[in-house]
Design a protein around this ligand. Structure first.
Ligand SMILES: Nc1ncnc2c1ncn2[C@@H]1O[C@H](COP(=O)(O)OP(=O)(O)OP(=O)(O)O)[C@@H](O)[C@H]1O
Length: 313
């Protein structure tokens, strides 16, 4: 099956910063994909390029087979999209905005929209400008979902929602993917991402530093901690195929986050002169995120499963 989203070497130079620095990405249909990154990592910029609101400085991308730079309206007609700050016509009521949006789509749109508004317990004749932040988010989500798009792109979709609504919304995203539709969401909420995503990518300073199946990532990244007899002692890097995500020294203790560790490497480390008290365990996704976004040596996995390590300046 061909990917729903393909990005090749996307860059975005703004006057004062490089928001994207060569992003490669492939997202398969029928999956929930989560883009993780710190503030300012470039998530919104990438989403704006994929939805045709921003032209990249260089590189190419296809969304459902269409180049958003060439035909942004065709891309946006075919997808459901909620930005991080949805702009809605404030002077309309909840019902009016649904009726207005419905004029661009088939008859089912209004039925689905009204059903969603009822489920979210929003009063249809309330003015948009009088809605709370969470209610606005619910209206924006209802509009994005009402034409039942094959691809849904959501920038921080749950930021205004309370925990109960958040949970049921995320569960509904898993159901969507199970019917072959694709969900692309950006988030800071690692615990939420863990519950719903099939694949994730971590964006750090405009580069994707980790990309792959969540199940595989959760099983392949390890935290290794050991002590050295002398804080100045040099210890050799773990050999290939190990890939170091980050290394930290605190006095005589060293902590390494590493991908593709095997037990012989731990045995060798235990045999190393001056190294004592070696312990290791699987890293949590949160630890992996911190390691990927604070370490110097970082890696990128291609969709084919090969991975490479590179250094971020
Ligand atoms: N139109 C613009 N002009 C200049 N710089 C911009 C513009 N849009 C974004 N940037 C810069 O690009 C970088 C990435 O911003 P972006 O909004 O994509 O990050 P983000 O990952 O979505 O952050 P957050 O999680 O805080 O929303 C930031 O340094 C930001 O200041």
């Amino acid at each position: 099956m061909s990917p729903v989203i393909t990005a090749k070497n996307l860059t975005m130079h703004f006057r004062r910063c490089d928001a994207l620095r060569g992003v490669d990405l492939e997202i398969q249909p029928g999956t929930v994909f989560a883009l993780l990154g710190e503030n300012g990592a470039g998530k919104t910029t990438l989403i704006r390029i994929l939805t045709g609101f921003q032209k990249p400085s260089s590189g190419t991308c296809l969304v459902s087979g269409i180049d958003p730079g060439k035909d942004p309206l065709a891309v946006r007609r075919g997808i459901g999209y909620v930005s991080d700050s949805p702009s809605l016509y404030d002077w309309m009521t909840v019902a009016q905005i649904g009726g207005f949006a419905a004029s661009f789509y088939d008859r089912e749109f209004l039925t689905r929209y009204e059903e969603s508004i009822r489920r979210y317990e929003i009063t249809p004749d309330q003015k948009i400008r009088h809605l709370s932040k969470g209610q606005r988010a619910k209206v924006a989500l209802s509009l994005a979902l009402a034409h039942d798009p094959a691809l849904l792109i959501l920038d921080e979709p749950t930021s205004g929602l309370d925990p109960k609504v958040r949970r049921s919304f995320l569960e509904s995203m898993i159901d969507r993917a199970a019917t072959g539709r694709t969900v692309f969401l950006s988030s800071h909420q690692i615990n939420e991402v863990e519950r719903v995503a099939d694949t994730i990518a971590i964006l750090h300073r405009g580069k994707i530093v980790l990309h792959g199946a969540l199940a595989e990532i959760r099983q392949s990244i390890w935290q290794v901690v050991y002590d050295v007899d002398d804080p100045l002692r040099a210890v050799a890097m773990l050999p290939r195929p190990a890939e170091i995500l980050s290394e930290e020294t605190s006095g005589s203790q060293r902590q390494v986050f590493v991908r593709h560790l095997d037990s012989s490497m731990i045995d060798d480390l235990r045999q190393t002169a001056g190294v004592v008290n070696v312990r290791y365990r699987i890293a949590t996704l949160e630890e992996t995120f911190v390691a990927c976004t604070s370490g110097e040596a970082i890696l990128q996995e291609s969709p084919s499963g090969e991975s490479k390590t590179e250094v971020v300046q």
